[in-house]
Design a protein around this ligand. Structure first.
Ligand code: NAD
Ligand code: RBV
Length: 417
């Protein structure tokens, strides 16, 4: 198969890590078993642009086992796990990606996916869909539909749809409750702290830890940083979310204020220029800057480069910038998603739910996609419920069911005092 990866020799290690992930992804593994005979994805060519991780490998194997052909690229220049890419290539899966891609190489990999003329797309951040729309509109006629994994990608697609430019139906997997309320919260909470620790090995206890954005991801990161003993400050632009952070007991202030005392910063907003030169000038010597939002636009790397008189890589994924007055600031993972670039991304247990939604949404599109008009669609409620039900079963958790009387009571809520 014509894959392009870094080092085929890493396949053995990759296979072991994928096998480990499979032991932690019971929902996806059950769906694999249930669909391996009937092969409902037979005839589907799925073009994927999604972080090449052990969890993604479990998804890819599941899609193939259900009859699909898959062609894959990573969705971030720094998130590909080269051993996983090697393992998938050895399994004859067409895969294009390696850690440390240049921008040109990144889009070359996406182009290779498009050369296969996919009829379903799976995106994380919408770069694949945008490339089809902007550079290969002739491919739109082949595509039945697509899915989108992350908040920023959904924003980009909704904007495209509002301008009347989105040409096929896309399911916003991110917005499923069993994705957004778990992956973004608990996944990002744990794995972003993991990335910061691997890149720095600093003690969080007693540190002033600043989280920009108190949405799903920010909430998870703030919660876990507090759990490790940090003093957490939140910055926001949205009043309700700022209030939620305040009532959760976090200090809420503006970035220009937080900049003066913060020891560790992390952005989780999906917005640009959240930490810029005006903030960097106020920061203390030794401050650590990181991002866990989808694109590397939240911490202004350009500003940091311009302010600094020198830089050196002091540890893997940790660049020391020295200012003319001798002050040092540390940027992790080039300002890219710190959890995927400096650690391994979210743990398998939580990706199990995200990717079960992906799998079931792609099955839904394979069956019904041709009847849908172009637009951004929610994950059908039944899929969300199915994922939650199976996850609970695999966790051996039982819940109550309504009695007939209860069902009658809540059907009309007619009974009062
Ligand atoms: P969200 O909409 O739930 O939360 C974003 C929050 O940021 C909102 O509360 C918003 O008001 C706030 N915000 C926006 N601009 C801001 C600014 N300039 N300053 C301060 N706060 C600001 O979104 P989310 O699901 O938390 O996703 C956030 C980002 O993280 C997106 O880019 C998403 O794609 C990405 N994401 C990354 C991972 C990961 O693995 N690292 C996981 C999931 C999502
Ligand atoms: N994400 N994937 C992983 N281990 O494969 N970790 C995080 C993994 C996804 C997550 O679903 C989020 O929405 C997206 O990466 C941001 O690019």
């Amino acid at each position: 198969m014509p894959s392009k990866i870094k080092d085929a020799g890493l396949a053995k290690q990759g296979k072991l890590r994928i096998e480990w992930a499979e032991t932690r992804m019971p929902v996806l593994m059950r769906l694999r078993k249930e669909n391996s005979k009937s092969k409902p994805l037979q005839g589907m060519r799925i073009g994927g642009c999604l972080h090449i991780t052990t969890e993604t490998a479990v998804l890819v194997r599941t899609l193939n086992s259900a009859g699909a052909e898959t062609v894959w690229s990573g969705c971030n220049p720094l998130s590909t796990q080269d051993d996983v890419a090697a393992a998938l290539a050895e399994e004859q899966i067409d895969i294009y990606g390696w850690r440390g891609l240049s921008k040109d190489e990144y889009y070359w990999c996406i182009q290779k996916v498009l050369d296969s003329k996919p009829n379903l797309t799976l995106d994380d951040g919408a770069d694949l869909v945008f490339t089809i729309h902007e550079s290969h509109p002739e491919q739109v006629k082949n595509v039945i539909g697509g899915t989108e994994e992350t908040t920023t990608g959904v924003h980009r697609l909704r904007a495209l749809a509002e301008q009347g430019r989105l040409k096929y139906p896309i399911i916003s997997v991110n917005d499923a409750e069993t994705k957004w309320d778990f992956d973004n919260v608990y996944g990002t909470g744990q794995s972003s702290i993991d990335g910061i620790i691997r890149a720095t090995n600093v003690l969080l206890a007693g540190k002033n830890f600043v989280v920009a954005g108190y949405g799903h991801c920010g909430r998870g990161v703030a919660m876990r940083a507090r759990g490790l003993g940090a003093n957490v400050t939140v910055t926001e632009i949205e009043p309700v979310n700022a209030l939620k952070a305040a009532m959760e007991g976090f200090r809420v202030t503006q970035m220009s204020e937080a900049a003066k005392t913060g020891g560790i910063f992390i952005t989780a907003t999906g917005c640009s220029d959240v930490i810029t030169r005006e903030h960097m000038k106020l920061m203390k010597d030794g401050a650590i800057l990181s991002n866990t939002g989808h694109f590397n636009v939240e911490v202004s790397v350009t500003d940091l480069e311009q302010l600094a008189k020198s830089k050196r890589e002091i540890r893997p994924n940790n660049m020391e910038y020295t200012m003319p007055d001798g002050k040092r600031l540390y940027l992790l993972a080039e300002g890219r998603l710190v959890n995927l670039a400096a650690a391994e991304g979210h743990p398998s247990e939580v990706m199990d739910m995200s990717f079960a939604n992906q799998f079931l949404s792609l099955l839904h599109l394979a069956k019904q996609g041709k009847t849908l008009k172009p637009g951004v669609y929610e994950v059908p409620k039944e899929i969300d419920q199915q994922v939650a039900r199976i996850k609970l079963e695999t966790m051996n958790i039982k819940i109550d069911t309504l009695t007939e009387d209860q069902a009658r009571y809540i059907s009309g809520y007619g009974a009062g005092t």
